[in-house]
Design a protein around this ligand. Structure first.
Ligand code: CP
Length: 473
């Protein structure tokens, strides 16, 4: 098993064992930072940052320089031909012929996946809108492991903007897979999105429970407003899971043992329309007083940075604060990642155990579509057909493969409609028993009856829910 020529678009592109192997190389490299200048000699990294960045861009670039490679950079959409209407696909194809590896940050969710589909070189997602930021998660996990020895069994509280915080989304998936328990402490209105929770519970075998805020009194002070309850996600070993991802499932952890890390995040103001005053009133702030609680005695204070007002400067000198160490570790972690994706370093890894089969993929140029206006596939619809994983049949649920938002189309048909006669070009309600009879490769999904009719289909007696002969609910 090797990481050579692979992409890193989502944290799920790496198994737990692969993450461990990146960390052992990062450890070696951080001890010998100045002795790595031959590792990627002659290689070029394209560094494309179409949103502001200090840490991710500069640590990637520093990493490539330390490895002896070269860097080409674009930092502003307006300074590239994207501003003239060029597609991400064309840009990626061209850059793929100039560079050996690409790092891309873009405001659209799924943009790195689009780039990866066309570049022909390894592509690393450095943040795609409010979706994911997998290399920040590598830095976070690396820090947790260094400070606490292991991830399995830790209690991690995530605080602040859990809705738009891409670092939060990638981190929750990895923590859940590695056996940590997660306590969600969102700012008011910035709760963890349903699509993230669904993935955690339905795919990773997590169990979401409400806990009384006064079970962890110090955390009750962290959440904004007078919340009586917090959401906590536990992993339970009895729940079915993907063996490839969940190699070390921890038992449910007793919250009374305290919080191992408090991961603080700023409000992603650039993704909301909220006014400064509204936010200041309700957004949680971590300061010395917060950290006095007994649950925080051994707590690491973490932050992906940049910080704004949510973490008081007075906490910087507290030995529990590790956010600047977390940022510094970005260089060796990214050195390890780049050199492994380029095939310049290989660590022997056992083959990943066979996991749960991937859900069937549904892609059509018409019918069901993604409703996330910030999805890269929606923006680039001129050449990308809507593409979904069929993650559930009852109720029928499609997940966009680019931004992971879900949609539940109401009507279906089969591409094998003709069977010799035009009269058989019929559509049905997805709640009908016919859904189970159509081969997934022949399925067609429509959002509305108008949509189905516009494509020449007529209603069958199973089109209407509740009608005689209709859906069998
Ligand atoms: N943590 C992080 O992504 O920081 P930058 O936005 O500065 O890259």
């Amino acid at each position: 098993m090797s990481l050579t020529k692979r992409d890193l678009v989502t944290v799920d592109d790496l198994s737990n064992k692969e993450i461990e192997s990146i960390f052992s190389l990062a450890d070696q490299m951080s001890d010998t930072l100045y002795e790595q200048s031959e590792v990627c000699k002659g290689k070029i990294m394209a560094s494309l940052f179409f949103e502001p960045s200090t840490r991710t861009r500069l640590s990637f670039e520093a990493a490539m320089h330390r490895l002896g490679g070269n860097v080409i950079t674009a930092m502003d959409v307006k300074a590239t031909s994207l501003a003239k209407g060029e597609s991400i696909a064309d840009m990626a194809r061209v850059i793929g012929s100039y560079a050996d590896i690409m790092v891309i940050r873009h405001p659209w969710e799924g943009a790195a996946k689009v780039a990866a589909e066309y570049a022909g070189i390894p592509v690393i997602n450095a943040g795609d809108g409010g979706h994911e930021h997998p290399t920040q998660t590598l830095c976070d996990l690396f820090s947790l492991k260094k400070e606490k020895g292991a991830i399995d069994g830790l209690n991690i509280a995530l605080c602040g903007d859990l809705k738009y915080g891409r670092t939060i989304h990638s981190l929750t998936y990895a923590l859940a897979r590695m056996g940590a328990s997660i306590i969600f402490c969102p700012g008011d209105g910035y709760e963890i999105p349903d699509y993230v929770v669904k993935k955690l519970t339905e795919e990773y075998g997590g169990e979401l429970r409400k806990i009384a805020a006064n079970d962890v009194p110090s955390l009750a002070g962290v959440v904004s407003g007078d919340k009586a309850e917090l959401d906590a996600l536990y992993l339970t070993p009895s729940t079915p899971h993907q063996p490839a991802l969940l190699t070390d499932i921890g038992m449910r952890v007793d919250l009374k043992q305290g919080v191992d890390a408090l991961y603080v995040t700023r409000l992603q103001k650039e993704r909301t329309n909220t006014s400064d005053d509204d936010v200041k009133k309700s957004y949680p702030v971590i300061d010395k007083k917060t950290l006095k609680g007994k649950e925080f005695k051994e707590t690491l204070v973490m932050h992906p940075l940049p910080r704004v007002d949510e973490l008081a400067y007075e906490v910087d000198s507290d030995p529990r604060s590790i956010y600047f160490k977390q940022a510094a570790r970005g260089v060796p972690v990214r050195m390890a990642l780049i050199s492994m994706l380029l095939g310049a370093k290989n660590i022997e890894m056992p083959d990943v155990e066979a996991g749960k089969a991937s859900p069937p993929i549904y892609q059509r140029e018409f019918g069901a579509r993604c409703h996330n206006p910030n999805c890269a596939a929606v923006h680039e619809a001129r050449y990308i057909d809507p593409k979904f994983a069929i993650v559930n049949f009852k109720p029928l649920t499609l997940r966009c493969v680019y931004c992971e938002r879900e949609t539940q189309p109401k009507y279906m048909a089969s591409t094998k409609w003709h069977q010799g006669t035009i009269e058989n070009k019929l559509y049905h309600n997805v709640q009908s028993h016919l859904l189970a009879k159509i081969d997934t490769s022949n399925m067609l999904f429509f959002e509305s009856e108008e949509d189905a009719k516009a494509h020449g289909f007529k209603p069958s007696r199973f089109a209407e829910k509740g009608k005689k002969g209709g859906t069998d609910q």
